[in-house]
Design a protein around this ligand. Structure first.
Ligand code: PEP
Ligand code: MN
Length: 369
């Protein structure tokens, strides 16, 4: 399954090129049977071409109005690359000022799995109070054993939608196949693709056609290039809102569940404009290591954290041993807020009464989209 090096044809528009000029170049690309991906930047718009086997005749575009230059980049990944878009991608949400990849370090917190309405509400209330803007919780759980809790499926998604309306948290939840993705796209704000599915190419393509941002977790033993190529699959279908996630890889070490590879954060940031967050819960598998590694993740420059928090971890139906108690999460937030500040970044402030506040998102906004 070797990769044939792709050739990225990049059409860089002049700083003041008009929308019509960008449009005309895109039409020309499509007329040649290729796909155009116009990614506007702060300085200028660059248009990536995909679907081409070899080089595209540059003369075709050189003379078009508004075109600055046509560049060839020989790299396996195209759309994820900083060659296409120099500045960081900031993933935004309608009706909310929460972001991934901006100045604020995004925090996603919640239980591994949605077990009941009561459990989800209890978890949501405490993470919202501590300042999390995003709520996690699996409705479809890809468990190692077929005999353990597999999630509440659509019922779980409905509970998550209630959490959004009640607590103003944006919802992040995993899709495990095309069928569940359909439903996750309907109910949630961010579609999570789990480590086990990082190379499920048909699922990645389906996520690429979805109209919600995708949180793509690194595979258990995926290299940096494999992770970026997985993101490329999603982007090549037209969904440019991809958030990468380091969640630990399998090594010989057995003092933790996985080995959290924090060095991938600056490595990704050098190559790609996409935001990258860290999951210290699955990365370590041990509650007592989640806070230290969360501090380190923010210090290394991660754009966010995803953390498992359970109102009663000892009774959790999955991943209880790595889930934080509510108070531990609240303390963690106080610490990472200070670390973020050193780097000129921020973490959202605590919220005294999340039910009255609902400051993160307007109730029902996702349904309206
Ligand atoms: C999860 O986030 O609950 C999960 C299953 O993570 P991963 O895919 O990283 O194992
Ligand atoms: Mn989990």
């Amino acid at each position: 399954m070797g990769t044939k090096q792709g050739v990225l044809m990049l059409i860089v528009m002049k700083a003041h090129a008009s929308e019509e000029q960008v449009e005309r170049v895109c039409e020309k690309i499509e007329a040649l049977g290729f796909r155009a991906h116009a990614l506007p930047g702060a300085q200028r718009t660059a248009i990536g071409v995909t679907g081409n086997q070899g080089e595209v005749e540059t003369g075709t575009f050189d003379e078009m109005e508004g075109v600055q230059e046509v560049i060839r980049v020989s790299k396996p990944y195209k759309l994820v690359s900083r060659d296409l878009k120099e500045e960081d991608t900031v993933v935004r949400f309608p009706g909310s000022d929460a972001t991934f990849g901006g100045d604020e370090v995004a925090v996603i917190a919640g239980p591994c799995a949605i077990e009941s309405r009561e459990q989800a509400f209890a978890a949501a209330e405490c993470v919202a109070r501590a300042g999390a803007r995003f709520f996690r919780g699996g409705a479809y759980k890809p468990r190692t054993s077929p005999y353990t809790f597999q999630g509440l499926a659509e019922e779980g998604l409905k509970i998550l939608a209630e959490v959004r309306d009640r607590f103003g948290l944006l919802i992040v939840t995993e899709a495990i196949d095309n069928e569940s993705l359909e439903l996750v796209e309907k109910y949630a704000d961010v579609i999570q693709i789990g480590a086990r599915n990082m190379q499920n190419y048909s699922l990645l393509k389906r996520a690429g056609r979805a109209h919600k941002p995708v949180l793509l977790k690194r595979g258990m033993s995926a290299t940096l290039e494999e992770l970026l190529m997985a993101a490329e699959y999603i982007m090549s279908e037209g969904n440019y809102n991809v958030i990468l996630c380091e969640r630990g890889v399998r090594t010989f070490a057995d003092h933790t569940r996985n080995t959290l590879d924090l060095s991938i954060v600056p490595a990704v940031q050098r190559l790609s404009h996409l935001p990258i967050i860290v999951d210290p819960s699955h990365g370590t598998g041990k509650r007592n290591k989640v806070t230290p590694l969360s501090r380190a993740a923010v210090a290394v420059g991660a754009d966010g954290l995803i953390i498992e928090v359970h109102p009663d971890p000892d009774r959790a139906l999955s991943d209880g041993t790595q889930s934080l108690f509510p108070q531990q999460f609240a303390d963690l937030m106080v610490e990472v807020r200070q670390i973020a500040k050193v780097l000129g970044r921020s973490v959202a402030e605590p919220v005294a009464n999340p039910i009255a506040h609902r400051g993160n998102v307007t109730a029902g906004s996702a349904a309206a989209r």
